[in-house]
Design a protein around this ligand. Structure first.
Ligand code: AQP
Length: 340
């Protein structure tokens, strides 16, 4: 991705999205985000990142976080993000994120942060560690976004509230200090799957779920994938159809449709008169088949850590050029003395 021409040539619209290394990405992360990011890189000037600073708002074991960061980075490459076409960087390797988060924190109200649904949810699920970072998470997310002046921020519906707060913070800063930030649009991608937990289909599939059977990790072996789908919660009707009162089966249909390209009508027809056993095996096999080439490429990338390190360094350097330009502008406007 070229950054050198950014001020002289009309640029394509810029899109930015990050993913936390809080676990191995799930089938939900893949079908709801990563797969679509690959499609975006040809249309937009894309910036993708591993949000390791966000991950530590929940306690992480250091060696594990380090390993996960490599793994998530390698997975982003393995799904098809191409560093020749887009930026793929690690958030903590670009210090401007933490610095701008502090400055934006001083333009964010306590009441605004208190209203964030994710803060309320995570405070409940991590009641022994309701730390300042968890509370200030949206100001770091605002910094991630605003540093790169993206036009679009592809996010799942769950992140819409944080995107709106980013717009509020940016608008407030612009009013106080004159136009500085582009107000980004949340870009809710069409046709992108919302994958639910295999054990509690009322909630989304999450990589940090304590129940291993609730999610398919992108690195699960085919046996584990089949086993988890066979154990997936369904209902007693034994009929494959999509209905509100059948969230488990509907979720499996959504997944099957997303990996095979079949419509819900076609899936219903395919499994008409057959039990859930056949259906669950078919979903498991199709998912395993989808993940297999990604896993192969993942292992190749992980086999050469030196190359990953070199790529991370190069990409962080490119990201920092864009980020520091914005940060310097912000600091100047706020009255800080910059070194000459
Ligand atoms: N189940 C899902 N279905 C569709 N999309 C999903 N995403 C996450 N889960 C699903 C999308 O993946 C992108 C990256 O998410 P993230 O890792 O930054 O944070 P998250 O949304 O909090 O994902 P998890 O897996 O639930 O992480 P933990 O368990 O650590 O909180 C986002 O675009 C998200 O919408």
């Amino acid at each position: 991705m070229s950054t050198a021409n950014e001020t002289t040539e009309p640029r394509r619209k810029r899109a930015l999205s990050l993913i936390q290394p809080s676990g191995i990405p799930t089938l939900g992360n893949y079908l709801g985000a990563m797969r679509n990011w690959v499609a975006l890189q040809d249309e937009f000037e894309c910036i993708f990142g591993v949000a390791d600073l966000h991950a530590v708002t929940v306690r992480q074991e250091p060696a594990r976080l380090r390993q996960r960061t490599y793994e998530v980075y390698a997975l982003l490459l393995a799904v098809g993000l191409d560093p020749e076409k887009c930026l793929v960087f690690v958030q903590s390797q670009v210090p401007a994120h933490a610095e701008l988060a502090w400055l934006l924190g001083c333009c964010t109200q306590f009441g605004e942060l208190s209203r964030m649904t994710q803060f309320k949810d995570k405070s409940q699920s991590h009641a022994d560690n309701i730390n300042l970072g968890l509370f200030a998470y949206p100001t770091l997310m605002a910094a991630d976004i605003l540093l790169y002046r993206p036009d679009l921020v592809p996010v799942g519906k769950d992140q819409k509230q944080h995107c709106e707060l980013t717009r509020d913070i940016a608008g407030r800063f612009n009013n106080l200090y004159s136009d500085t930030f582009v107000l980004p649009e949340p870009y809710i991608m069409q046709n992108c799957a919302n994958v639910l937990s295999l054990q509690e289909p009322a909630k989304k599939m999450s990589k940090s779920d304590s129940n291993q059977n609730a999610f398919i990790s992108m690195l699960d072996e085919p046996d584990a994938i089949l086993r988890k789908f066979r154990r997936a919660v369904t209902d007693s009707e034994a009929r494959v159809c999509r209905r509100e009162d059948k969230p488990g089966v509907s979720n499996l249909m959504e997944i099957y449709g997303a990996v095979t390209g079949r419509t819900f009508d076609q899936i219903e027809e395919e499994f008409d008169g057959r039990g859930y056993g056949d259906f669950k095996s078919a979903v498991g096999e199709a998912v395993a088949e989808t993940l297999r080439p990604i896993q192969d490429r993942f292992h190749t990338y992980m086999g050469d850590k030196a190359q990953l390190d070199a790529l991370m360094k190069e990409q962080a350097g490119k990201a920092a050029v864009i980020a520091c330009r914005t940060l310097d502008k912000v600091k100047k406007k706020m009255g800080f003395v910059l070194t000459k």
